[in-house]
Design a protein around this ligand. Structure first.
Ligand SMILES: NC(=O)c1ccc[n+]([C@@H]2O[C@H](COP(=O)([O-])OP(=O)(O)OC[C@H]3O[C@@H](n4cnc5c(N)ncnc54)[C@H](O)[C@@H]3O)[C@@H](O)[C@H]2O)c1
Length: 442
């Protein structure tokens, strides 16, 4: 019975007759939708955001890195259907969950999106379906939160339906490693769950790596993000020390990177941003408490990374002071508010903290970001600001510019030429010795 049900689904997947339901059509879900469509699957995309559904139905995209023609190509045929009607789940064979996993104000996992999605699935669950959680979360979520809710239907995982976890590794804006080329770690609750999920992703991803349990896969994703968080904190701390010592940390990293083994470069910045690195590690530190365990590296890295925007602001203050100016009343342009280069996403961006801190000290804040024409509302920050056009006149009218995001389309030598003072957190002014006096690395 167990084998036949799994084998039926596996055969359906191999014949590309399985219909894929993807829940949460954001930065993770939408590229996945397109990947399955590219490989010939029929896909139902589900989201609770009616606006997103409307835009997609018009054949348009709301993510900069995804051109509208990619959506139109599939949504105008029969291959892709987008909806907020969760009853459609009954008709799909594989359900992939790509909903947000943020933190609450108290830095605890906010699992409401996974809980609501699980409830939608529970209502429409039918025999023979595969359910895969892709959202980043603490070890145990699939087994402790999703499994009991789905089994409350009377159906059994591994026999009546298949439950799996496979962490998303999407890197928005990365042209080299697109969805199909990023190896995918998969895990299932039982061997038949694992085999089904392995078969599914093998259709669309070049390399699939099975691991023994959902917990191992959940921790794999967290290890990847904690590794980044800790290493970024390390270089950020060394940057502050190097500054006091009068050493350029960027030069040091470049030199250390020539070592052909045992060293992977990480770069300092204005603080940590994005929806993953500043958030995910705390999913583990929260869970660790259940095991009487304190994750000291995670806490320390978080502490250092959160302090960097304060350091950047102190460098702005010092630089203005050196020019006999006060921050109060100064016109300061923040150049780049996205959390990283060439993306249209400002979630958790350190630019927001820097802008708030400068505003509190009385500065007039403007920003320019070619990817973010208007700042949306965030969990902690509400700015009513639009991106100012980057003109010579604007640059000359400023007291200072702070480079927070190093978007590649900005002409930095041109910016440096026209501003009186530039605080550079990304080393975009590397080699611009001609304007040395107005450049401050932070
Ligand atoms: N963005 C990345 O680069 C990235 C990379 C790896 C992992 N992740 C993880 O993937 C998950 C999703 O991240 P994202 O960046 O795509 O988020 P996102 O906010 O861009 O997209 C999530 C989507 O889910 C929708 N949604 C929320 N609740 C829903 C519900 N109950 N039912 C259906 N849809 C719902 C939202 O409307 C939104 O469209 C998170 O766990 C994140 O940590 C993100």
């Amino acid at each position: 019975m167990q084998r036949s049900s799994a084998q039926d689904l596996i055969q359906k997947i191999n014949r590309k007759e399985a219909v894929i339901g993807i829940i949460g059509l954001g930065y993770v879900g939408l590229p996945l939708v397109l990947r399955f469509c590219d490989r010939g699957f029929r896909v139902v995309g589900l989201d609770v955001d009616a606006r997103k559904i409307e835009v997609l139905r018009e054949g348009k995209s709301y993510i900069k890195a995804i051109p509208s023609r990619r959506i139109a190509q599939f949504v105008r045929g029969v291959q892709l259907d987008v909806t907020d009607d969760f009853a459609r789940l009954r008709k799909v064979d594989c359900i992939l969950i790509c909903v947000p996993t943020p933190l609450t104000d108290k830095l605890e996992p906010d699992l409401q999106y996974i809980e609501r999605t699980t409830e939608s699935i529970r209502k429409h669950l039918r025999k023979g379906q595969l359910i895969v959680l892709e959202s980043t979360t603490y070890p145990g979520t699939t087994e402790e939160l999703i499994l009991p809710r789905l089994e409350s239907t009377g159906m059994k995982a591994g026999k009546d339906f298949f439950l799996a976890y496979s962490p998303e590794r999407e890197d928005p804006g990365n042209k080299r490693f697109t969805t199909g080329l990023i190896p995918k770690v998969v895990s299932g609750l039982t061997p038949s769950c694992r085999e089904t999920v392995r078969t599914l992703y093998s259709q669309v991803i070049e390399k699939v790596i099975p691991v023994s349990s959902p917990r191992a896969a959940e921790l794999t994703k967290l290890l990847e993000n904690i590794y980044r968080s800790v290493n970024i904190a390390l270089v950020n701390e060394l940057k502050m020390l190097a500054d006091r010592m009068g050493i350029d940390i960027w030069e040091v990293i470049e030199a250390a990177s020539t070592k052909p083994f045992g060293f992977s470069p990480f770069y300092p910045g204005p603080g940590m941003g994005g929806h993953c690195i500043p958030i995910d590690p705390f999913y583990l530190s929260w869970k660790a408490k259940e095991f009487d365990f304190t994750t000291k590296f995670i806490e320390l890295a978080g502490e250092i990374n959160v302090s960097v925007p304060y350091y950047v602001v102190s460098k702005v203050l010092d630089a203005l002071n050196d020019r006999k100016k006060s921050v109060k009343g100064a016109r300061v342009l923040v150049l780049g508010v996205a959390y990283k280069r060439d993306v249209d996403d400002a979630r958790e961006s350190p630019a927001l903290a820097i802008m708030k801190l400068l505003q509190r000290k009385g500065a007039t804040i403007l920003y320019h970001d070619p990817f973010i024409p208007r700042l949306p509302q965030f969990r902690k920050y509400h700015f009513k600001l639009k991106s100012s056009p980057l003109t010579e006149r604007l640059l000359r009218s400023l007291d200072a510019t702070v480079v927070v995001t190093d978007h590649s389309q900005i002409d930095y030598p041109w910016v440096v030429k026209h501003v009186p003072l530039i605080i550079d957190t990304r080393n975009v002014t590397k080699g611009m010795t001609r304007w040395k006096k107005k450049i401050v690395k932070a």
